[in-house]
Design a protein around this ligand. Structure first.
Ligand SMILES: *Cc1c(COP(=O)(O)O)cnc(C)c1O
Length: 432
């Protein structure tokens, strides 16, 4: 007869004294950590988890303490998924956020003992990353960057000239033209959905023109009989051109040849470039503004700039993202598909060995709302029965996959290799 496995459940004091729990005990009070251990031991006693899983389950449940925001393993195959918090921060950026969490020198010069420019470090890092830009500014997100352009440059109901092919809805019902009009500025549409020429822009310019806005169609593609005007040609017009490049690439990326980048946009003559920091740049939510000093300065001094400014945690994460590459998004983009296939095979094998209906399949990942629409990247996934999807979503950590042909695919493109063990454990728990 086999010995009762419940006898092997590790004791509370043994677990709390083990090095695995040192971090949790540093950041949380002892009572919270102990309760999590007791709950996990109870799960083992009732046979819901194995004794060997007690420590992991206790530690994972602590991840949820005090906040309803939980850890999710993004197995959707969408690298920058807006519903899942877009870019994951690098370890260095997380450390920077932790350092900034208490009192910090976000707006204070420690050598002189006097007030300093807010977020100087992040601003300097951004300026250094795009030397072609005369000046830079950081706001809450790309939408805020566009809002500030409209408020400061198109005040008094002046006109913003936009191509009909670039009237973009960015998500959740929010539309860039409506965002701009909410400031009192007027949108002057030019061209047609599929074709807009330089002459269309030129004909629309007048004394009321504030600027021409060029929006990158980051979540759709118009194909066929199309024409749009390159930035360099727009820049020959006699008004400032604001380029919303969306994804936040600061320099061209070899795998994303159609994705605009800030350095090229500035060099092509954009007076201002706006971008998100939490898409392909791989940083925290923020809006980047780069371009001509006179305009950046005007935006920075506008009264509403104060309402759009970012907090110290964002500044810390952004500076680290810029100064300490590579960040996870860039590393995921650079991953060799062969490596993904190898990981999928290993995970599927280990699950099959545990009697689970799992196999490795070829897959295709996308960048997401953040860029490169219509571009598929080779990837690999672990295919599971569809019925496990809801259990995976409510597990700890939560796993969100993709439903395809009545199977639940766990695409590994956006999953870092160091999460593979956790992924296997969660699937095993959900399917036993
Ligand atoms: C994502 C995106 C936005 C919105 O950016 P947020 O940072 O989410 O405010 C605006 N324009 C384009 C082209 C985008 O791709």
């Amino acid at each position: 007869m086999r010995a009762d496995p419940r006898r092997h459940i590790p004791g509370t004091d043994t677990l709390l004294a083990s090095p695995e729990f040192a971090d949790a005990l540093r950041s949380l009070d002892r009572h919270t950590v102990k309760s999590a251990v007791v709950r996990a031991q109870q799960l083992a006693r009732t046979g819901q988890i194995t004794p060997g899983e007690v420590a992991d389950v206790a530690l994972m449940s602590l991840g949820t303490a005090g906040s309803t925001i939980r850890t999710v393993l993004n197995a959707t195959g969408v690298l920058v998924h807006t519903n899942l918090g877009r870019a994951p921060l690098s370890r260095a950026a997380v450390d920077a956020v932790c350092r900034a969490a208490g009192h910090t020198n976000v707006e204070f010069n420690l050598s002189s003992g006097s007030r300093d420019r807010r977020g100087r470090g992040a601003l300097d890092a951004l300026a250094a990353a795009v030397p072609a830009a005369e000046d830079v500014h950081i706001v809450n997100n790309n939408a805020a960057a566009l809002l500030l352009c409209a408020l400061a440059m198109a005040e008094g109901g002046r006109e913003i000239v936009v191509s009909r092919g670039e009237m973009v809805e960015i998500g959740d019902g929010f539309r860039i033209p409506e965002l701009l009009e909410s400031t009192g500025a007027r949108i002057r549409e030019v061209g047609t959905t599929n074709r807009t020429r330089l002459a269309d822009y030129a004909a629309a310019l007048g004394p009321d023109t504030a600027f021409v806005l060029k929006v990158h169609p980051s979540n759709y593609r118009i194909e066929g009989f199309v024409a749009d005007v390159p930035l360099a040609e727009l820049a020959t017009l006699d008004v400032p051109v604001v380029a919303d490049i969306g994804s936040g690439l600061l320099a061209p990326h070899p795998m994303l040849p159609d994705e605009p980048d800030a350095a090229t946009a500035v060099r092509s003559g954009a007076a201002l470039v706006t971008a998100s920091a939490d898409k392909l740049l791989g940083g925290p939510q923020a809006g980047l503004l780069l371009g001509k000093h006179v305009l950046v300065d005007k935006l920075r001094r506008h009264p509403s700039a104060r309402a759009l400014r970012v907090d110290k945690l964002t500044l810390a994460a952004l500076e680290s993202t810029l100064r300490e590459p590579p960040v996870p998004v860039a590393a995921r983009l650079d991953t060799d598909p062969t490596e993904l296939r190898g990981r999928a095979a290993t995970i599927a094998e280990r699950l099959s060995a545990a009697g689970i209906d799992a196999h490795a399949v070829e897959s295709h990942a996308t960048i997401g709302g953040g860029g490169a629409p219509g571009r598929w990247l080779p990837s690999a996934a672990v295919s599971l029965p569809e019925s496990v999807a809801p259990r995976l979503r409510t597990a700890e950590p939560a796993v969100v996959g993709r439903l395809e042909h009545s199977r639940c695919l766990l695409d590994l493109f956006a999953v870092t290799p160091d999460s593979d063990t956790a992924l296997i454990e969660v699937v095993r728990r959900c399917m036993s």
